[in-house]
Design a protein around this ligand. Structure first.
Ligand code: BG6
Length: 496
């Protein structure tokens, strides 16, 4: 057990000496698709400290040759071809080692100990099922592999509900202090999400309007065109609410809705986000019935090709009632956001991949233009992906003799405004871990506050015992999602 809290220096600087980055689940999906490519990019751009080694842990009994062949075969494909340089790739592989370890077997941790560099700083990245987190931390502690300079990274989903999240936090907290614990939400590592803080707090023009009564509604969409793919084993027991809304969407909402933090200090930012989560109006069963929509995709199309329905996907039980789409209306009970509906939605197999925040400003109190369209007047649209841009929709006079109004946009294209390379979220966050920067990681109380708000929705759905509403793959979700907006005299951006 770590008794002394690490000093600020230990927790927020790049380790000067050798560093071992240990990935539990090192041959797993996340490691192959995201972590190792991100580390390669950091290596390529000389951002990894010199004496960094990466230890991938897995249960397969592989020798170095097999592991290297696996890396060549699987990981290269997830790196942009133009970033693949032979010399850099070879040097990157020299940093890598594989250790066969079953995370449930305390006896296996001696092999890990033997593979670590003498006196190294250690980052333990737990890219495994959350059910393994507490055991891994306990076994690391028993094998004496944790000291005050060690850091642990916890992948989402961190638990299944409030109780399991608390239990994980409690158990992990026996071995790592809060300053050593990095709860990852990769949305917080996206360039555009970080830019949202700058949009709000690095400019003066929006802040006076960023409140009731000047804002009519907020919509946050994270739409994916992909289906469940090969992840049904995980996804079917999880669903869209736990997989996406509880973490990514609520984190986006926190950044949109928080008060200006006093600084970028991790706790200053996280204190403000926590206040947002604690101000979310709790949903009763009646609210859940009225203000939430669960959906599940049926056969349709995806990117121009035919797509099967969720129930026909590999490894999905034919009677599954797991939601692949959720939309809901939320409210934040504070002065800034009083009575402003906040609409959140996310889903798989939607019409396109698009993550976007739309701030809809208040209607005109009165119009002198008889031909004014009935659509919203001013909107700030912040597109996070696939492309990054900010648009401010304004009304303009259509050329001609009459006084006809039409919406036009002021466009800020962030990709062409800055030519510098944009690091992927995981690369940025991994570098933050190495440097001990906690600002873009979730604190324990934040995570628990998010579960506190989400859990009644899960309970409400259980209580209502309704099947998810069908929506065709390639659409924007069930009709009930549009109706949810219409009741508030609003519409999702693609419908307005
Ligand atoms: C993950 C979810 O956290 O985020 C996946 O588990 C989802 O289901 C992914 O596909 C989306 O991330 P991104 O960065 O592609 O928007």
């Amino acid at each position: 057990m770590v008794t002394s809290s690490p000093t600020a220096a230990a927790a927020s600087s790049t380790p000067p000496g050798p560093l071992d980055l240990v990935i539990f689940g090192g041959a797993g999906d996340l490691s192959v698709r995201k972590l190792l490519p991100a580390l390669y990019m950091a290596h390529l751009h000389h951002n990894l400290p010199e004496a960094t080694r990466i230890l991938a842990l897995g249960r397969q009994d592989w020798d170095r040759g097999t592991f290297t062949a696996f890396i060549d075969d699987k990981v290269r494909g997830f790196i942009e071809p133009e970033a693949l340089e032979d010399a850099a790739w070879t040097a990157f592989k020299d940093r890598l080692a594989y250790v066969c370890l079953d995370a449930t077997q305390p006896g296996d941790f001696a092999a890990l100990g033997a593979a670590l560099q003498n006196g190294s700083d250690r980052v333990y990245y737990l890219a495994t099922a959350p059910t393994l987190f507490t055991g891994i931390c306990a076994h690391l502690a028993s094998a004496n592999l944790i000291d005050a300079r060690s850091r642990v990274v916890l992948e989402k989903p961190l638990g299944h509900d409030l109780a399991s999240a608390r239990q994980i936090n409690e158990e992990v907290g026996r071995h790592f202090t809060e300053a050593q614990t990095f709860r990852i939400d990769h949305y917080l590592g996206k360039e555009t999400v970080q830019n949202l803080m700058v949009l709000r707090f690095g400019n003066t023009i929006f802040e006076p309007l960023w409140r009731s009564p000047f804002i009519k509604s907020v919509q946050i969409t994270v739409a994916e065109s992909v289906g469940v793919g090969s992840r049904a084993g995980f996804y079917d027991g999880t669903g869209a609410l736990r997989d996406m809304l509880q973490n990514h969407l609520l984190q986006l909402l926190c950044i949109v809705a928080m008060e200006p933090p006093v600084s970028l200090d991790p706790d200053a930012v996280r204190d403000e986000k926590l206040k947002v989560l604690r101000s979310l109006r709790p949903l009763t069963v009646a609210d859940v019935a009225r203000d939430t929509v669960r959906g599940q995709y049926t056969a349709g199309s995806a990117n121009g090709d035919k797509a099967v329905g969720y129930l026909q996907e590999d490894n999905v039980p034919p009677d599954s009632t797991t939601e692949t789409f959720v939309a809901l209306r939320a409210h934040i009970n504070n002065w800034r956001w009083a009575n402003i509906p906040i609409f959140l939605r996310t889903g798989k197999r939607m019409a396109e991949r698009r993550s976007e925040i739309v701030i809809e400003f208040a209607d005109l109190p009165y119009t002198i233009f008889p031909d004014a369209p009935r659509q919203p007047v001013n909107r700030l649209m912040i597109r996070l992906q696939p492309e990054e841009h900010v648009q401010l929709q304004m009304m303009a006079k259509e050329p001609g003799s009459g006084m006809r109004l039409r919406p036009v946009s002021l466009n800020l294209d962030l990709e062409s405004a800055f030519s510098a390379r944009r690091a992927e979220a995981y690369e940025r966050l991994l570098m933050d871990v190495i440097k001990g920067r906690l600002t873009h990681f979730m604190r324990r109380d934040e995570l628990e506050a998010a579960w506190t708000w989400v859990e009644p929705i899960l309970d409400g759905w259980k209580n209502l015992n309704e099947k998810p509403k069908a929506y065709t793959a390639g659409s924007w979700g069930p009709a009930a999602s549009s109706a949810l907006m219409a009741r508030e005299n609003s519409a999702w951006v693609e419908e307005s």
